[in-house]
Design a protein around this ligand. Sequence first.
Ligand SMILES: Cc1ncc(COP(=O)(O)O)c(C=O)c1O
Length: 371
Amino acid sequence: MFDRLPEYPWQQLKPFSALAAQHPGGAVDLSVGSPVDPTPKVIQEAFVAGANAPGYPSTAGSLELREAIAEWFARRRAVPGLTADNVMPTIGSKEFISFLPMYLGMGPGDAVVQPEAAYTAYAVGAALVGAECISEDNPDNWPANAKLIWINSPGNPDGKVLDVEFLRRCVERAREIGALLASDECYAELGWDGKWATETIPSILDPRVIEGNLDGVLAIYSLSKQSNLAGYRAAFAAGEAGLVKAIVNLRMHSGMNTPAPVQKAMTAALRDEAHVAVEREVYRKRRDVLLEAVRAYGFEVSNSEAGLYLWATLGEDCWASVQRMAELGIVVVPGTFYGDHSPNHVRFSITATDANIAEAAKRLHEATNLR
Ligand SMILES: Cc1ncc(COP(=O)(O)O)c(C=O)c1O
């Protein structure tokens, strides 16, 4: 069992972090997507107000929280009509993503499908149950033995947004195969380019996608990014009530309940739109500064129309770009961390302080002038 997963891949970045640290100005770490801005006061206060919690918290989530999630879907994601029975909290979304194949009873002979450039936890979930993991963006090529299909919009690492038409095709194909279509949407309030600057980024639960039929689809969302809550482990899932109930039952047996103060904090976070709007502007500015510098240096930026990353290529092996950036004291992630389809890309994260983003941009510009 212990060899089902390799050593955590981020260890491979250590030599590059060490090299970056030798820069006279120190390392600017743009590798991790971990938020750096303060958790908004309104959320901290709700957390503290919930601190007296002697009893076990509800695995299904408090009614107050579940109603807040359903209301948020209606208000912010253009998904009306969900009820408290359609939603459930998770302990951050990474655990849920990693254990969903197990909840579905998957094992050897089954396949999990993930995007070609994919957040790492989808493959982890497949590996933990001994299922095959297939990286395939084209629904026409999704295999018949797939029991779980992950899509991710806006994507990590590539910032790609899937539109309504494509999502409809995904649902159609997943239903043809009889697979659960799980849509990881945690960057959906962070759209930047083209129509996604103003239009709602569509959820898999959007009525234009599923026409009110929740069967076989599940939306996953996390408050880690938009609310600076990664340290709280605050996320949720939404879908057909029977599926939600069945998963909650397994989680109840195994103690996967979200702490009560975190449930209070989540409720406050979902009801307050102001802090999300503020954080969004903070990221917009950081993204503008970094994007300009990354392009000036010579990177071609792919997709990246939403979310917290710039997915960029110099047309060379990603490790060569990682090395190049480390020599400037900037740590970025090689595309190979996200599957075999992106050997020439690297990921820059915009979840760094204004000062660090400005410093990275300065170094990129200085290096551009020397090239
Ligand atoms: C696409 C995607 N899904 C899920 C997560 C996990 O978020 P969390 O476990 O903090 O909810 C991340 C975190 O970076 C992510 O990028």
